[in-house]
Design a protein around this ligand. Structure first.
Ligand code: 13P
Ligand code: SF4
Length: 313
């Protein structure tokens, strides 16, 4: 057990997990204490795959709300709890389902690809879901005779356009954390550590991505850093990632990329979850994700399409 964890709380969480026959899934941006008690820590794609495969009776989802909703859509008959119901996402907020439906009506040839960072209502309007880990593959698999509408992250979308050469209509949403990194701040840190490669999340702006040695999902960052010969690597993504990387690559130094205005590389939504709240949601089986039968049914096909396409190699 990690020495920094309040051990009695961790023991209680483990006991409750057994009692509830629960699995704890945690995103790479969760606080270290939650990562250390989780059964699985990973990116949005890995978490969706774990949720699809689990035989646990209860899923305690430590991430943000849309991730827990995805787990519920994949497991309509299981209980899905989350430590804090208010853990949202600026990308999800940027794309109300009604506005998307209005836009879809303007072009019957639209094929809608929704980044997983969106509400269940938006997922239900999509043809297929993608994550940062499989967006390129999902776009390449889109029917060639359709016009792709990519929602809601314009930065991930423009990166995929660069990767695939496929034009897409992009929804104007962004991650309020990842757009904080600027070309100037990254140029300065690169000059300070000239031998350190830069790894950036595709939610960063193009001005930052062009400076990166690798642009990838949080889980692919682990693979890149493990196999890189460099002993110091600059990381442009949410700060929780540093704990995961340090755990996986103990001999290496990870340098958090600085922003210009502040040390604002923490997602306030991801950081709403605490060990205490995880304990309480397992104890009370609340808050739970609840979705209407109609949404559960309509949201499932686009997620399953993504999982099927991601399994092909
Ligand atoms: P990943 O799927 O790469 O972990 O990204 C999720 C996310 O919310 C990034 O801000
Ligand atoms: Fe959403 Fe950005 Fe937070 Fe990820 S880091 S959950 S995209 S607000």
């Amino acid at each position: 057990m990690n020495a920094t964890q309040p051990s009695s709380l961790v023991s209680e969480i483990r006991a409750l997990k057994e009692k509830r026959r629960a699995v704890i899934l945690a995103h790479n941006y969760q606080i270290p204490e939650i990562q250390d008690v989780a059964d699985y820590v990973g990116d949005s794609l890995g978490l969706a795959q774990q949720a699809a495969a689990t035989d646990a009776e209860v899923i305690a989802f430590c991430g943000v709300h849309f991730m827990a909703e995805t787990a519920k859509i994949l497991n309509p008959n299981k209980v899905v709890v989350l430590p804090d119901r208010d853990a949202g996402c600026s990308l999800e907020e940027s794309c109300p389902a009604q506005k998307l439906a209005d836009l879809q009506r303007t072009n019957p040839r639209f094929y809608t690809i929704a980044y997983i960072n969106c509400s269940a209502e938006v997922k239900a309007l999509a043809d297929v879901i993608c994550t940062s880990g499989n967006a390129t593959r999902i776009v390449k698999a889109a029917p060639p005779d359709r016009d792709i509408l990519f929602v809601p992250d314009e930065n991930l979308g423009s990166w995929v356009v660069e990767q695939t050469g496929r034009p897409m209509t992009l929804w104007k949403g962004n991650c309020y954390v990842h757009v904080e990194w600027t070309h100037a701040a990254i140029t300065r840190i690169r000059a300070q550590y000239p031998n350190a490669p830069l790894v950036a999340h595709p939610e960063c702006t193009r001005a930052v991505r062009v400076l990166a040695d690798e642009v990838c999902s949080t889980e692919k960052m682990v693979g890149y850093c493990r196999s890189s010969p460099a002993d110091a690597i600059i990381i442009a993504t949410e700060a929780g990632m540093l704990h995961r990387l340090q755990r996986e690559c103990p001999g290496k130094t990870f340098i958090p990329a600085p922003t210009d205005r502040c040390a604002c590389n923490e997602c306030k939504f991801m950081k709403m979850n605490t060990l205490e709240k995880l304990h309480d949601c397992l104890l009370h089986l609340s808050p739970q994700v609840e979705l209407s039968p109609e949404l559960l049914a309509r949201g499932r096909a686009p997620i399953e399409r993504m999982l099927k396409l991601s399994a092909l190699d």
